[in-house]
Design a protein around this ligand. Sequence first.
Ligand code: HEM
Length: 225
Amino acid sequence: MTTFSNLYHSTLGKKYLMALSGAGLFGFVVLHMLGNLQVFLGPEPLNHYAVFLKSKPVLLWGARLGLLLLVFLHILTGVQLTLRNRAARTEKYDRTKPYKASYASRTLVLSGAALFAFIIYHLMHFTVGLVDPAYLQLRDAADRHDVYRMTILGFSHPGVSAFYIASMALLCLHLSHGVGSTFQSIGFKNKQTAVWIDRISKMLAVIVFLGNSSMPLAVLAGILK
Ligand code: HEM
């Protein structure tokens, strides 16, 4: 217990926790995107998939609570590490520190805060139905929740789609710095691997951006109806 508590209170322990929670959230983002991309296959696969996800309440709520815990740990350790970093800098301000590192961490904090706002809106939009309560009443021919129509209707508003695409650009920025930081925290990033880790981080971030943005764009372009 003491070892665990010591690790949690140490900067290294917090970095590990932040890296692990970030990796878990990244896994969710990729799986969620792959599930949502079934919208291109038509209403049947997407609505079937949505019913499947909700068919085991214990698993669904277990996953939701796990996700909430990951978000909480990621934000908590992020804020704590940023404050520690700032305190260390004001105590011993070092002009020789690379500008790149502070730019990356500032980007992570700002894009992270904006993403949190996006997630709140997104849950009100598609999960809780606060933006338009009619979305949750939509039914398909098999009397399932019509997630396909909800997605099309949701992205038919150009302002809403623009907000999603802008948020996905921020997610791209967050991931392109965050994935690299994760590898740094767990000690995988060194002179030899740095170039490749940065390239792979950027590539993954761009894939997530293109995959997620393709949905609102396809609705606006009339490809998805
Ligand atoms: C354009 C991209 C996205 C689309 C089309 C989309 C679509 C959806 C839909 C349709 C639902 C409701 C599913 C249902 O009730 O059956 C949902 C839920 C959710 N989405 Fe997204 N999503 C997108 C991006 C994201 C991103 C980037 C995140 C996180 C950073 C995210 C996080 C969530 C969460 C946490 C839920 C609630 C899941 C639950 O029911 O517990 N989504 N999304």
